[in-house]
Design a protein around this ligand. Structure first.
Ligand SMILES: [Zn+2]
Ligand SMILES: [Zn+2]
Length: 154
């Protein structure tokens, strides 16, 4: 056991101010900042210097503070599928491959309700994944084409 989770303990009081336990799901909802993918962000100060801010993924910070250090190359999977949840009991260490596999299984329909059967997965620069619905792309392309030929302003 290294000093890493112990160091994190010193932030526990501040961390917990951002946590709202949700009694039905047991999720710990993150009330602090969220990134563009909906994951919580938590900042710490390097060496107590308030000018040197380090930003962490809140769920990873939580896991390492309450449970243990995340192994190299491992990702945390939200078993509750609630991205802004930071309850360490809802997080499990998995490999990137396993995380991708679970993600594929968990999301079956696009926001418009089309089945994701023929969807493809697009990688993002930040390492996240996004399923892209072929039907939506087709609809989008068709409407774009129609707007263009009809010269209709969106
Ligand atoms: Zn949860
Ligand atoms: Zn769709």
């Amino acid at each position: 056991m290294g000093g890493f989770p112990v160091m994190r303990k010193s932030y526990q009081t501040r961390f917990e101010k951002y946590v709202l336990p949700e009694p039905n799901s047991g999720c710990w909802l993150w009330l602090g900042a969220l990134d563009r993918d909906g994951y919580g962000r938590f900042s710490t100060y390097i060496g107590g210097n308030t000018n040197k801010i380090k930003s962490h993924a809140a769920h990873r910070f939580s896991y390492e503070m309450y449970m243990r250090k995340i192994d190299d190359g491992m990702q945390l999977d939200h078993l509750c599928r609630n991205k802004c949840c930071v309850n360490p009991d809802h997080l499990e260490q998995v490999t990137l491959a396993e995380n991708s596999r679970r993600y594929s299984l968990s999301v079956t329909h696009c926001p418009k309700g089309h089945s994701y059967e023929d969807a493809y997965i697009k990688r993002r620069k930040n390492g996240g994944r996004k399923k892209v619905c072929r039907k939506c792309v087709k609809i989008y392309n068709t409407s774009y084409y129609l707007r263009k030929i009809l010269m209709v302003k969106p």
